[in-house]
Ligand binder design. Structure first.
Ligand code: FMN
Ligand code: FE2
Ligand code: FE2
Length: 401
C-alpha cells in the first residue's frame, strides 16, 4: 500500500525507510535504519526530486503512481547520483517514457556510466543558477560540488522557499511515520546521529560545505528537504549553525575525549587515571572510547564534537596497535583539524607508539600537542602520578584557550 505524506498544497513525500539494513555504504552501522527521501511536486507540470535505493523500490513506485493519479511524470530532477538515490532513475525513465531528466553535465555522465545507456535525448542539462518554471513553481539550481560527490546540486523552490539539499542536512535513522523536524524529538541523540552522518560522509569536504553555505546565505529558506532523515520545517537556524561549526572543523563541546587501544588493560588503566585527574579539575562530560570496541564512525563523530583529544596506544609488533592505526588514518582521511592532542604510549621492550602517533598527526591542520606526554613501560607506576597531574593541568588549560 502507498505511504505518502503531504508536505504542502502541492508537494508530497514519496520516499521511505530501510530498517533491515545493518551497514550504510556497507560500512557505517545504522542501528536505527536509514531513510531515502524523495519528493513529488504536482503543479502544471509534475516534478520528482531524486529517487531512492532498490530496497524500497516497490513502495516508491506505488507512492508515485498514487500521487500522479493518472497524470504523466514530466520531470525528474537528479540532485545526486550516488546509488542510494539514483538506483531507481532507470526504472522511472522506463516506466514514464515522456519524463525528462533534469541534471547537470557531470550527473548525466555518471548516469550513463552506471546504467550503460545514453540518456542524452531524455536530458535537460542545467548550469549553475539556471531556472526551470513548472507552473506556479520556479526552481533555481545551486551547485554543491563535493557535498558528497562532484555532481551534487541543490534545487531551490522560489515560491515555497524550499531547499532540496541533497545529502546535506541529512541524518542516519529511519523515518517512522513522522517526517517533519517539528513532529520528531530532535534531541541530543538525533543531533549526534546527524553529526556522525556529517563527519563520516562529508566531513572531509568542509571547504565545499562552507562554499555552498555561503552561496545559500542570501536565499530565504523556510524548509529544507534533504535526501535522508527529517524534513526541516523548523530549527533551520540551529542546523545551519551546526553545519557552519562542523564545516569549519570547530569543536561543539569544550571537553575531553580519550581514545585508547588496550589488549590487557594496562593502557586503559592509565587512561582511567588521567580521566580521574581531569574530573578532579572540574572538567565535565569526559568520555573514554576503546577503539577496538567502538565502531570508527562513532569515534570520528566524537572527534568532531570535542575540543581536546587524548590518543593512547600500546606498541604492537614495532608499530601501532592496528585498530588505533586505522583510527588515526581515518582522522587524516576526514580532514580533522583544530584539536589539542595529548599522547599516551605503552610498550614492554621497544616503545615506538608516540613517535608513530605524531607521524599520523603531522599532516593535520592546526594541531596543538599537549607538551606533557606519558610513556608507560608495561604498567603505570605510582611514581608517574605527577606526570598524570601535569598532563591533566595542561589539558585543563587547553580547554580555556
Ligand atoms: C602481539 C604483541 C606485539 C607487541 N609488540 C611490541 C613491540 O613491538 N614493542 C613493545 O615495546 N611492546 C610490544 N608489545 C607489548 C605491549 O605493547 C605491552 O605489553 C603493553 O603494556 C600492552 O598494553 P595493554 O595492557 O594496554 O594491552 C606487544 C604485545 C603484543 C601482545
Ligand atoms: Fe551521497
Ligand atoms: Fe545519500
Amino acid at each position: 500500500m502507498e505511504c505518502v505524506t503531504k508536505i504542502n498544497e502541492n508537494l508530497y513525500y514519496v520516499g521511505g525507510s530501510e530498517r533491515k539494513i545493518h551497514l550504510f555504504e556497507n560500512m557505517f552501522p545504522v542501528p536505527n535504519g536509514v531513510s531515502y527521501n524523495s519528493y513529488l511536486l504536482v503543479d502544471e507540470k509534475t516534478v520528482l526530486f531524486d529517487t531512492v535505493d532498490w530496497s524500497i523500490g516497490d513502495l516508491f513506485l506505488e507512492n508515485i503512481e498514487f500521487v500522479l493519479n493518472g497524470r504523466p511524470l514530466d520531470y525528474l530532477i537528479v540532485n545526486h547520483m550516488e546509488l542510494d538515490h539514483s538506483k531507481m532513475v532507470k526504472v522511472i525513465l522506463e516506466k514514464y517514457p515522456t519524463t525528462k531528466v533534469v541534471l547537470n553535465q557531470k550527473a548525466l555522465a555518471m548516469l550513463n556510466a552506471f546504467v550503460h545507456s545514453d540518456y542524452t535525448s531524455r536530458a535537460i542539462i542545467v548550469n549553475e543558477f539556471d531556472t526551470l518554471k513548472v507552473g506556479e513553481h520556479e526552481f533555481t539550481f545551486v551547485f554543491a560540488p563535493m557535498v558528497h560527490w562532484p555532481e551534487v546540486m541543490m534545487t531551490y523552490d522560489k515560491k515555497d522557499k524550499i531547499l532540496f539539499s541533497a545529502d546535506a542536512f541529512g541524518s542516519f535513522g529511519s523515518l517512522d511515520g513522522n517526517i517533519f523536524s517539528s513532529d520528531i524529538d530532535i534531541d541530543s541523540e538525533y543531533y549526534s546521529e546527524m553529526r556522525r552522518y556529517y563527519a563520516n560522509i562529508v566531513g572531509k569536504f568542509g571547504q565545499a560545505v562552507t562554499n555552498v553555505l555561503n552561496k545559500a546565505k542570501d536565499l530565504e529558506i523556510k524548509m529544507i528537504c534533504p535526501l535522508h532523515g527529517a524534513i526541516w520545517n523548523d530549527k533551520i537556524d540551529i542546523i545551519l549553525r551546526k553545519y557552519k561549526t562542523w564545516s569549519s572543523y570547530l569543536p561543539e563541546d569544550n571537553t575531553v575525549s580519550i581514545y585508547y587501544a588496550s589488549m590487557y588493560g594496562n593502557t586503559e588503566n592509565a587512561c582511567y587515571a588521567l580521566a580521574n585527574a581531569l574530573a578532579k579539575r572540574n572538567i565535565k562530560n569526559i568520555k573514554m572510547f576503546d577503539v577496538s570496541k567502538t565502531d570508527i564512525s562513532y569515534l570520528i563523530s566524537d572527534v568532531f564534537r570535542t575540543k581536546t583529544i587524548v590518543i593512547a596506544s600500546p606498541t604492537y609488533n614495532g608499530g601501532l596497535y592496528p585498530k588505533m592505526e586505522n583510527f588515526l588514518t581515518d582522522l587524516n582521511a576526514l580532514n580533522v583539524q583544530n584539536k589539542h592532542v595529548a599522547i599516551i604510549e605503552n610498550g614492554t621492550w621497544a616503545i615506538t607508539a608516540s613517535k608513530l602517533i605524531k607521524k599520523h598527526l603531522e599532516p593535520l591542520k592546526n594541531i596543538t600537542l599537549i607538551n606533557k606526554e606519558l610513556r608507560i613501560s608495561s604498567n603505570l607506576c605510582n611514581n608517574q602520578k605527577l606526570i598524570i597531574d601535569e598532563m591533566a593541568d595542561e589539558i585543563g588549560k587547553s580547554l580555556e584557550a
